[in-house]
Design a protein around this ligand. Structure first.
Ligand SMILES: Nc1ncnc2c1ncn2[C@@H]1O[C@H](COP(=O)(O)OP(=O)(O)O)[C@@H](O)[C@H]1O
Ligand SMILES: [Mg+2]
Length: 359
């Protein structure tokens, strides 16, 4: 990648971890290498069990890898307890799905906790904790207790606590999973704000593509402890390569599939079937002329059955479901691959969702 080492917040090479259980040795991280530039919001997505939390725990020192190297802002994170290691880890804050707030402490007292541990003077702690509470939008809740707060407000406290000691890196593990969608969006926009105002690099781990879509600059897809795909959010969403990436994205768009199609959709084509395709385009691509010219060029009666406008951050993107009859016998259909190629070269991501009987 085109980033110089000095601009990297995190650099990981060939990271491996294993768990020993009754069933034997389980390889959890199978040689992960990745680089995250300073100032980015970097998403790590994958199915449950892919190794996302394990990777995050290696980054924040909660877990020691079996082998491989981790550099945090140019400094190697050693595995031995040392002053150096603690100094590096002090620059990293983490938030989890469960806020882990202390119920008998107020908002300010919760936020102050890391500063108390560091032995900072009470006067300075008070100033800092208030500043943080203000920054995350809790200026009217200084003295409230966690059970007097909503889930979103609790997560704001957790974020303030995670960054109060001037961290440069914030790691988030599935941290919007227990919030309703609207609150999750508010928290994501708070993160974007902190990223821009304080320059904090953010690493977001999730199984949910809709979280990634909102704020991430770059995304890496983990599967089975390996990086299977990495790229900008736009390239991942519009030109996914790996089956796991495709399946994670498909959850974003299956909503627009009509029920009748859902019920008859099958994976293997039969005689006289119609193929069901999903086309995705970004605001930069104009879809209409491409569709029209494809119909002319390939002489296929494309039928648009559903459409939907979505977004990738501020860029509009659309998805469209079309059907078309297979030509000749299903196995020998040469038209379909050519059509998919044609879309691809015109900036439209096309994917076969399956087949349905002649409508
Ligand atoms: N403490 C542990 N002991 C044994 N196996 C574990 C432990 N933690 C995680 N695993 C296993 O490691 C794999 C990856 O887990 P995890 O990193 O939590 O995945 P993810 O966060 O992507 O869902 C899973 O197969 C999980 O069962
Ligand atoms: Mg996890």
């Amino acid at each position: 990648m085109g980033f110089t080492f000095t601009n990297l917040a995190i650099s990981v090479t060939d990271l491996r971890t294993t768990y020993v259980s009754e069933q034997g040795i389980l390889d959890v991280l199978n040689g992960i290498s990745l680089s995250i530039p300073n100032g980015q919001i970097f998403g790590i997505i994958g199915r449950s069990g892919a190794g996302k939390s394990t990777l995050l725990r290696c980054l924040n020192g909660l877990e020691k890898p079996l082998s491989g190297k981790i550099y945090i802002q140019k400094k190697m994170l050693g595995t031995k307890q040392s002053h150096e290691r603690r100094k590096i880890l002090h620059k990293i804050g983490t938030v989890f799905q469960h806020f882990n707030l202390l119920s008998r402490r107020t908002v300010l007292q919760n936020i102050a906790l890391p500063l108390e541990i560091m032995g900072i003077s009470p006067k300075e702690i008070k100033i800092k904790a208030r500043k943080m509470a203000d920054l995350v939008g809790l200026s009217d809740k200084y003295n409230s207790y966690p059970n007097q707060l909503s889930g979103g407000q609790c997560q704001r406290v957790a974020i303030a606590r995670a960054i109060v000691s001037d961290v440069t890196l914030l790691l988030c593990d599935e941290f919007t999973s227990s919030l309703d969608p609207e609150t999750a969006l508010e928290i994501l926009s708070l993160l974007r704000d902190l990223n821009q105002r304080l320059g904090i690099t953010i690493v977001l781990v999730t199984h949910d593509m809709s979280v990634i879509r909102e704020i991430c600059d770059q995304v890496c897809v983990l599967d089975d402890g390996k990086v299977v795909e990495i790229g900008t959010i736009e390239s991942i969403l519009l030109r996914p390569q790996h089956p796991v990436t495709k399946s994670l994205i498909s959850h974003l768009f299956t909503k627009d599939l009509p029920r009748t199609i859902h019920e008859t959709l099958h994976a293997k084509p039969l005689k006289n079937d119609h193929a069901v395709l999903r086309l995705m385009f970004s605001g930069k691509t104009s879809s209409r002329p491409t569709l029209a010219s494809a119909i002319q060029k390939f002489k296929v009666p494309l039928n648009i059955i559903a459409g939907n406008l979505g977004h990738i951050q501020e860029v509009t993107c659309g998805s469209m479901i079309v059907t078309l009859p297979l030509q000749g016998t299903p196995k020998k259909d040469e038209q379909l691959p050519k059509l998919l190629d044609y879309f691809q070269t015109h900036g439209i991501a096309a994917e076969i969702l399956g087949y349905i009987p002649q409508p």
